[in-house]
Write a protein that binds this ligand. Structure first.
Ligand code: HEC
Ligand code: HEC
Ligand code: HEC
Ligand code: HEC
Length: 487
């Protein structure tokens, strides 16, 4: 492909101009508009578009009200839904109550970093403005810039169309963990493109000075991989820098929020150990007019087992056996997860009661450490959707240890509560989303009203501008549902 040649010529020139962490190192202009790829690659584009079929909102706070208690004081206690197709990533991000209701480019609550795993426009903006500028400021700063959902330029070079990592923070993390990217095989790349987003991260505050001499603070997406890609290694990393995502509203614990270490946990499982990549199951080979191509309809592989599982696990007879095996894996995880969440939630509420009765920091220190480390393991194990299948043993191990830590906190709390005259204290009922949000102090209706105002105001302006500027195709938006957990 002569585009490839053009790409490498540009590389030579631009490398000289490269500054710290420039995303699109030496590559030609990023093509962020997915439709601009459609003509050259119709099969890939059309199959990619089918990710629009997965548009249903499953309100996880309704399904598992314990979550509201576990995340009290943090955005996730407001709104948290099961993942949908890549086609909706940007919409989910704009619509969630977690991103709030900004009124101009300077209002939050979230930083720009929250766009990072939602759009190829992120790659374009990093290229145009530099990575540190991209990571500086509030989410709304780029509301009218980030307009295409997860697509081609997230995983492909815009010139050569080859697989490439568009996110510089993954490259840095791989280096820090001792992985040499130059040695990456195609099979590695078929998982690493996913690892750009389906990984654990935090926002690292980073001071920098821009070209005009202004001092700024960027919040840079950073993967905590220096001590290894394990829950224990990352915990050690966070503990060493005294990091917390937030202070728990009820128990006052300095908490960690696991994001979605899907890649990391997958790597511990039998498929990864056998060299199977994410794309083998989530992007199987398809055929159009006799020619093979890679299906870009990323979804739950169980809905298409012939193309996904049965190529390796041959014979048709295996289908039902495999289905039953996967279903049972899910049940096992659900059982242990439910027990663990209940114990963690009760530990938070009992700790809240202990504080109320006058328990001292010294008395509570051991309790809070148990809660921090227990909830980290629980969250790590299940925030990575599909982990019950990708790595069942690791998932169940983490849940087991998480539950042990929750129990250990509760045993300590029983002693403290007794000392303050509240032996036999029973935590209040958190069995519905409404009850749990009341306990966690979430003003749901207020948040929804503000959000709806944002959606019919500033958000509409962002969308209109993107269409007007030709940044996004109107046709692509037609017929797109606009589901939320709250309307
Ligand atoms: C640029 C970031 C990004 C990349 C790259 C990415 N994902 Fe995702 N993925 C997301 C986000 C964000 C969601 C949730 C979207 C939502 O809920 O609106 C998601 C959702 C999913 C889902 C749920 C789909 C459904 O219909 O329920 C699967 C499966 C998935 N991703 C697998 C993959 C695989 C496999 C790869 C690599 C081939 C990959 N993703 C690459 C960000 C990404
Ligand atoms: C989440 C990552 C991801 C996204 C998004 C993505 N691709 Fe791909 N693409 C892949 C993977 C993985 C392969 C398989 C590469 C291999 O095995 O060499 C692939 C293969 C391809 C190929 C090579 C031919 C083939 O079918 O195997 C083309 C062309 C391509 N993609 C075009 C596109 C276009 C166009 C879009 C946007 C509509 C897109 N891709 C979006 C990950 C992605
Ligand atoms: C051996 C096949 C296989 C491989 C390899 C694989 N997955 Fe999965 N994945 C599955 C299955 C099966 C499920 C769905 C299980 C269920 O919920 O029924 C799933 C579920 C998911 C989900 C959740 C989808 C949802 O809607 O809840 C995401 C996200 C995901 N996988 C991402 C990845 C990523 C990223 C990789 C690589 C790091 C990967 N998968 C590797 C088979 C695989
Ligand atoms: C690219 C090949 C490949 C694909 C695709 C694949 N597998 Fe596997 N699977 C393997 C290999 C290899 C093993 C390990 C076998 C061994 O060590 O005996 C394995 C093991 C398993 C096991 C036993 C290990 C465990 O975790 O219990 C199950 C169950 C399984 N696969 C289910 C599935 C399902 C379901 C799918 C489709 C979603 C799938 N596999 C897709 C290659 C594959």
């Amino acid at each position: 492909m002569n585009k490839l040649l053009a790409g490498s010529l540009v590389l030579v020139v631009v490398v000289v101009l490269m500054s710290w962490g420039d995303a699109a190192e030496g590559e030609a202009k990023v093509i962020a508009n997915n439709r601009d790829w459609a003509e050259d690659f119709p099969e890939q584009y059309n199959s990619w578009k089918k990710t629009a079929e997965s548009d249903e909102i499953v309100d996880m706070l309704k399904e598992k009200p314990q979550l509201v208690i576990l995340w009290a004081g943090y955005g996730f206690s407001k709104d948290y839904n099961a993942p949908r197709g890549h086609y909706y990533a940007l919409q989910s991000n704009r619509n969630t109550l977690r991103t709030g209701a900004p009124v101009d480019t300077k209002t939050g609550p979230m930083p720009t970093a929250c766009w990072s795993c939602k759009s190829p426009d992120v790659v374009r903006v990093m290229q145009e403005e530099g990575e540190l500028e991209y990571f500086t400021g509030k989410w709304a700063k780029y509301g009218d810039e980030i307009s295409n959902t997860i697509g081609c330029a997230d995983c492909h070079d815009s010139e050569s169309a080859e697989l490439r990592l568009s996110r510089p923070y993954l490259k840095r993390a791989l280096e820090a963990s001792g992985f040499d990217l130059a040695e990456a095989t195609t099979d590695d790349m078929r998982s690493l493109v996913c690892a750009q987003c389906h990984s654990e991260y935090y926002f690292q505050p980073t001071e920098w000075t821009d070209g005009a001499g202004n001092k700024k603070i960027a919040k840079v997406v950073t993967f905590p991989w220096e001590n290894g890609l394990t829950a224990e290694g990352m915990e050690e990393y966070y503990d060493a820098i005294d990091f917390k995502d937030w202070t728990h509203k009820i128990s006052k614990t300095p908490m960690l929020k696991a994001q979605h270490p899907g890649y990391e946990i997958f790597k511990t499982g039998i498929h990864a150990k056998n060299g199977v990549s994410c794309a083998d199951c989530h992007m199987p080979t398809a055929i159009q007019d006799g020619a093979e191509y890679t299906s870009h309809h990323v979804k739950n592989p169980m809905s298409d087992m012939k193309a996904t599982c049965l190529g390796c696990h041959d014979s048709d007879g295996d289908r039902e056996v495999l289905e039953a095996v996967v279903a049972r894996k899910l049940e096992r995880k659900e059982e242990l997860m439910e027990i663990t969440m209940n114990n963690l939630a009760k530990a938070h509420l009992e700790a809240g009661k202990a504080w109320e009765l006058g328990a001292t920091e010294a008395e509570m220190a051991g309790v809070l450490l148990d809660i921090r480390h227990g909830q980290w393991r629980w969250d790590y194990s299940i925030a990575s959707h599909g982990s019950f299948f990708h790595a069942p043993e690791e998932t169940l191990r983490l849940l087991g240890v998480a539950n042990d830590k929750a129990q250990s906190a509760r045993i300590k709390l029983a002693g403290i509560l007794a000392k303050y005259g509240a032996s036999g204290y029973v935590a209040p009922d958190f069995s519905t989303k409404e009850k749990a949000q009341k306990l966690a102090g979430v003003p749901l209706q207020e948040l929804v009203d503000a959000k709806n105002k944002f959606r019919s105001g500033l958000l509409k302006k962002w969308k209109d501008k993107a269409i007007q500027d030709g940044d996004v195709d109107r046709k692509e938006q037609e017929g797109m549902s606009d589901n939320t957990s709250y309307n």
